[in-house]
Design a protein around this ligand. Structure first.
Ligand code: GLC
Length: 563
C-alpha cells in the first residue's frame, strides 16, 4: 500500500533523488530490537512504518558494518557484512524488502578513504614486510630522522595528533583520522576494483544509493618525496587551493575514481545514485555532483549559516546556480551526526562562532545559557524554509522531534575519538548521537527493551514520538504536515524571489515555486505583514495578518501566472 496522497514514484524513476527527502539513521542510536542497548537493523525495520508515515522518500543508514567503533562505525572492518551486534545480512535484506513495500528507498554509507585497522587487508599489511604488495594497499612509509623515528611528514590527523603511526618494524602508516582508521592507497588498482565490488554488492541487494564519506580525500599526492603541509596544516575548506593542488584534499584526480563508480552505478536500472560528503570550496563542489561523477554533493552552507535573510538569499542563489551548473540539484542540511543539533545551535546567541559552540559543549551546555524556546522557534522556521527549497532535504534522526543537543553527557560516557585525541580540548559529537525517545515512558523511552549505550537525559520522554503524535503544535506534526504538503506541491526545480531584495535587510525572505506555492520567512525580531494568500502551514502561531518574529509560512497565492 503506498502511504502517500499522490501515487508513489515509479521505482524505476532515475530522477527520484532530485527533490527527495532523505532521513539519516544513525543505526546504533535509532531503535534497539534485542535489548543490548545498541540500535540494530531489525530495530530500523520495525520503525520503517513511522518513517513512511513521516513522509520521507529515502532512508540513509550511517555505517552498520562490522567495526570496533573507534569512530562510531566509520572504521569499517568488512565492507560487505553487517556488524553481528546490529544483525545479519538476512536482516538487512528484510529491511530493504519492507522499505520497498512502504515505498521507501534505502541508501548506505560508503567509507572509502580509510578502513578499520581490523580489516583483513590491514592485518595482512601489518604481517607483511615493508615494500610488499599487502602494504601497497595502504600508505606505509619510512620515517624521517636518523633512525626513522620521526613521522614522514607534518600531516595532522583530523581528530588531533599526527596522521602517522609507527609499526613495530619501524615503518609508519597514514591515517587522516584515528590511528584505527588507516588510509587506503587509491593509486592501487586493487583498491579501486575492491570498492567497485562493494558498490555492486549493495546495489545487488536493492540499495538505491550511497552517501560517500570524506569523498574529497581519496586522491593524495603520494609521489616521493612527500610534501610537508607547513602553513596549510590547519584544514579549512574555504582555504583549500582552488586549483586542486593540496597534497591531501580535493585533488582533481579524485574525479577519475568517481567516473569509475559512475560506470558501476549506470549498469543498474534505475542507475544508482550517490551524494558526496566533500568539505571543499563551494565552487569546487560541482565536480563531485556532476552527472559523470557521484551525482549530488552535500551543501553544508545552510547548516553553517546564521538565520539571516540577506545572507541566506545569497547562499540559496549560489547553491542553486552551482547545482544547475553540475546538472544536479542542491542539497539542504540542518543537522547530522557530526554537528550540534540545530535546536541548540539556534538557542545560542547569534554571533556564536564554531569555537564558541565548542566552548559551550565543554561547559556542559551551561555557558552561554541556551534560550531553548528561541531555539525551537528558529528551528521550526528554518525547517519550513529548507523544505520549500528546490532540491533534496537531508534530515537527521530526531530533528523531526525537535531534539536538542545533550551537552552535559558525563565525560566518562564520551565515545567520540575527538574527545580523547584532542586531549579533552574538543568534547566531540556524542551529544547528537544519544538514542532516540520513542515513548514518553518505559525502558530507555522505547528505544529498546534494555538500556541505551549513551545515557538519555531524564526528560527525554517529553520529546518522544508518541508524546508528540497527534499534537498539532508539536515538532513531529509540523514535519509530517510539511512533508505531506511538499509532496503535493513540489513540481519543477525553479524558485522565484518575490519583492525587492532590500526586504531581506529587514529580515524577510519570500520566494515562490510553481503552482503558486509561496514561502515567507520572517527572520527578524519584529512582526511583518503577512502577504495575501491561503495559509497552508506555518512554523508558529500567526497573529491576525502578521507574520510573527522567527516564523515561516507556506501560502498559496491565487495569481494567474501560477506563481
Ligand atoms: C565523516 C563522517 C564522520 C567521520 C569521518 C571519518 O566526516 O561523517 O562521522 O568521523 O568522516 O570517517
Amino acid at each position: 500500500m503506498p502511504h502517500h496522497d499522490s501515487p508513489a514514484p515509479s521505482p524505476r524513476d532515475a530522477d527520484w533523488w532530485r527533490q527527495a527527502v532523505v532521513y539519516q539513521v544513525y543505526p546504533r542510536s535509532f531503535a534497539d530490537s534485542d535489548g543490548d542497548g545498541i540500535g540494530d537493523i531489525p530495530g530500523v525495520t520495525s520503525r520503517l512504518p513511522y518513517l513512511a508515515g513521516l513522509g520521507v522518500d529515502a532512508v540513509w543508514l550511517s555505517p552498520f558494518y562490522p567495526s570496533q567503533l573507534a569512530d562510531g562505525g566509520y572504521d569499517v572492518a568488512d565492507y560487505r557484512d553487517v556488524d553481528p551486534r546490529l544483525g545479519t545480512l538476512d536482516d538487512f535484506d528484510e529491511m530493504v524488502g519492507t522499505a520497498r513495500r512502504l515505498g521507501l528507498k534505502i541508501m548506505v554509507d560508503i567509507v572509502p578513504n580509510h578502513s578499520s585497522d581490523q580489516h583483513v587487508w590491514f592485518q595482512e599489511a601489518l604481517a607483511a614486510p615493508p615494500g610488499s604488495a599487502a602494504r601497497e594497499r595502504y600508505v606505509f612509509r619510512d620515517g624521517r630522522g636518523e633512525d626513522g623515528e620521526l613521522p614522514p611528514t607534518d600531516w595532522p590527523s583530523s581528530f588531533g595528533g599526527p596522521a602517522w603511526t609507527r609499526v613495530p618494524d619501524g615503518q609508519w602508516y597514514l591515517h587522516l583520522y584515528a590511528p584505527q582508521q588507516p588510509d587506503f592507497n587509491w593509486d592501487n588498482p586493487e583498491v579501486r576494483e575492491d570498492f567497485h565490488d562493494t558498490l555492486r554488492f549493495w546495489s545487488d541487494r536493492g540499495v538505491a544509493g550511497f552517501r560517500v564519506d570524506v569523498a574529497h580525500g581519496l586522491a593524495k599526492d603520494l609521489r616521493a618525496p612527500l610534501r610537508d603541509l607547513g602553513e596549510q596544516r590547519s584544514y579549512q575548506p574555504d582555504a583549500l587551493p582552488a586549483d586542486g593542488s593540496h597534497p591531501l584534499w580535493d585533488r582533481d584526480e579524485v574525479h577519475e575514481i568517481y567516473r569509475g563508480w559512475r560506470r558501476v552505478f549506470d549498469a543498474y536500472d534505475p542507475p544508482r545514485f550517490a551524494v558526496a560528503e566533500a568539505w571543499v570550496r563551494p565552487s569546487r563542489r560541482t565536480a563531485y555532483a556532476s552527472a559523470t561523477g557521484l551525482g549530488q554533493a552535500f551543501n553544508f552552507d545552510f547548516l553553517g549559516a546564521r538565520l539571516d535573510a540577506a545572507g541566506l538569499h545569497t547562499l540559496i542563489d549560489t547553491a542553486l546556480a552551482d547545482a544547475r551548473r553540475a546538472g544536479a540539484t542542491s542539497t539542504w542540511v540542518l543537522s547530522n551526526h557530526d554537528v550540534v543539533r540545530h535546536v541548540s545551535r539556534y538557542a545560542l546567541p547569534e554571533d556564536c562562532t564554531r569555537q564558541d559552540i565548542e566552548a559551550w559543549l565543554l561547559a556542559d551546555g551551561r555557558e552561554p545559557a541556551p534560550d531553548l524556546s528561541t531555539g525551537v522557534r528558529k528551528a521550526r522556521a528554518a525547517a519550513l524554509l529548507m523544505l520549500a527549497l528546490p532540491g533534496s532535504a537531508y534530515l537527521y534522526q530526531g530533528e523531526e522531534l525537535g531534539l536538542p543537543e545533550v551537552a552535559d553527557l558525563d565525560r566518562a560516557d564520551l565515545r567520540d575519538p575527538m574527545w580523547v585525541r584532542s586531549g579533552g580540548r574538543v568534547k566531540g559529537r556524542d551529544g547528537c548521537r544519544v538514542p532516540l525517545p520513542w515513548t514518553r515512558e518505559g525502558t530507555s523511552f522505547g528505544f529498546g527493551p534494555g538500556g541505551s549505550w549513551l545515557p538519555q537525559p531524564a526528560d527525554w520522554g517529553r520529546y518522544a514520538a508518541d508524546a508528540q503524535s497527534g499534537d498539532k503544535e508539536s515538532f513531529l506534526e509540523l514535519y509530517r504536515e510539511a512533508l505531506r504538503l511538499r509532496r503535493a506541491l513540489v513540481a519543477d526545480e525553479e524558485l522565484e524571489w518575490i519583492g525587492p531584495r532590500e526586504r531581506t535587510r529587514r529580515g524577510l525572505l519570500h520566494f515562490a515555486r510553481a503552482g503558486g506555492w509561496h514561502t515567507v520567512g520572517n527572520l527578524s525580531a519584529d512582526p511583518v505583514p503577512l502577504p495575501r494568500g491561503e495559509v497552508l502551514l506555518a512554523s508558529g502561531p500567526l497573529t491576525g495578518d502578521e507574520l510573527p518574529p522567527w516564523t515561516t509560512a507556506w501560502l498559496r497565492a491565487g495569481s494567474a501566472s501560477g506563481r
